[in-house]
Design a protein around this ligand. Structure first.
Ligand code: ZN
Length: 390
């Protein structure tokens, strides 16, 4: 399961670190007249809020689905992120206004200010490692916070350059750095806001869809899968799909197949929380094992009593896999033969006679009828989808 408590703990620690950093930056920045440091301090307030949003999101995500919220409250994280995006945007706007319209005086204690930013760079770099190494399933929010902490470390380096500009009265340097930070924060709020809105609106996920398709189509017994729909809620994915199964499967076996699919998906994609599978009869796609009921002349038999051999072939490469000779089909041994064919993984048989061969169907083997007796032509007809099952 997802390690929510570890994620919560780490996002709180991140918030706490940013709190200390912004406190120092804003108070000392004001005291020693460095607008660049104040701006970075305001930026760190946005970081504190981000940490809290992640915490709140994980707090709700941890709650089990209830009668009132049958799909859980995972989207709380995305909703919280949306509010944070607005808060961050406001911080960016404030910083830009500050640089454009306030008068800059001479700064004091440049060494102290530079030291603070150096410490900030080290702390945020440590935070990057700390957040990204959170054990368990990758929580997107925590991961994004980690990536952002690295950007903060880079920002601190830029701020140091800005402080040097203030110190040596190179006016344009702090202006560029300051407005740069403001624009960067606006961009950050745009990204967070966009992602949360798209998730709240149930945008699909191309990559997850591809992953699901690859995993499901390689499961034995599955003919195909379509209508895969994926949506995201907090750190989790919800998916539904139409599973194409051999048409003759019993409801019981179809259910078993769906269970296998679900289990494999969950094991391979731990962030996939809900899987809803609709099973439907699939059409031939080229990976069936086919059995031909033939007479002694290697033609398809048109009567049960004429069946002397059963040829089993893989339709993908058309190679005859095995031939069972000395067949003597009667009412009494049909189920023994059916179970043997099932054992060999046969999905369908082709028969030129009229009998329904219900015993085979009971074993989940599809029965196709044809009037064509030539082995090769029959296989072609089958591959072209021109034969009909009972
Ligand atoms: Zn930041």
């Amino acid at each position: 399961m997802v390690n929510f408590s570890e994620g919560k703990k780490r996002s709180l620690i991140a918030s706490f670190m940013y709190m200390i950093l912004s406190l120092f930056k804003i108070s000392l920045g004001y005291k020693f007249s460095s607008l660049v440091i104040v701006a970075d301090g305001i930026h760190n307030i946005a970081d504190i809020l981000t940490g809290f949003a992640v915490y709140i999101g994980l707090f709700f995500a941890e709650k089990y689905p209830s009668e009132k919220f049958p799909f859980g409250l995972y989207k709380a994280e995305n909703l919280a992120s949306l509010f944070i995006a607005f808060a961050i945007a406001y911080a960016g706007y404030e910083i830009i206004m500050e640089f454009l319209f306030s008068k800059q005086g001479k700064i004091f204690m440049p060494f102290l200010l530079i030291t603070i930013e150096l410490i900030s760079a080290i702390v945020t770099y440590w935070l990057t490692r700390y957040l990204i190494s959170t054990p368990g399933i990758k929580l997107d929010a925590i991961n994004a916070e980690g990536v952002h902490a690295f950007q903060d470390a880079l920002t601190s380096i830029a701020v140091i350059i800005g402080v040097l500009g203030e110190w040596f009265s190179i006016k344009y340097l702090p202006l560029i750095i300051g407005i740069g930070i403001g624009v960067y924060i606006l961009y950050q709020s745009y990204q967070i806001g966009r992602d949360s809105i798209l998730t709240l609106l149930d945008m699909g996920d191309e990559k997850m869809m591809e992953n699901i398709k690859n995993i499901v189509s390689n499961i034995e017994g599955v003919i195909g899968v379509h209508e895969i729909k994926v949506r995201k809620a907090g750190p989790f994915y919800f998916a539904s799909m139409h599973l194409e199964a051999p048409p003759a499967l019993s409801v019981k076996d179809a259910d078993k197949l769906a269970d296998i699919v679900e289990e494999k998906l969950r094991r391979a994609l731990p962030s996939l929380l809900y899987v809803s599978i609709h099973v439907e009869p699939g059409s031939y796609t080229g990976k069936w094992k086919l059995a031909l009921l033939e007479d002694e002349n290697d033609s398809l038999a048109d009567e049960i009593s004429k069946v002397k051999k059963i040829k089993i072939l893989d339709t993908q490469n058309k190679n005859i896999e095995s031939i069972i000779n000395d067949i003597n089909l009667k009412q009494g041994n049909m189920s023994i033969i059916s179970s043997m064919l099932k054992e060999k993984g046969v999905n369908a048989i082709i028969y030129a006679g009229k009998e329904k061969l219900l015993s085979l169907k009971a074993y989940g083997i599809e029965v196709y009828h044809t009037s064509e007796k030539d082995e090769k032509k029959v296989i072609d007809l089958f591959k072209e989808g021109k034969l009909n099952a009972d």
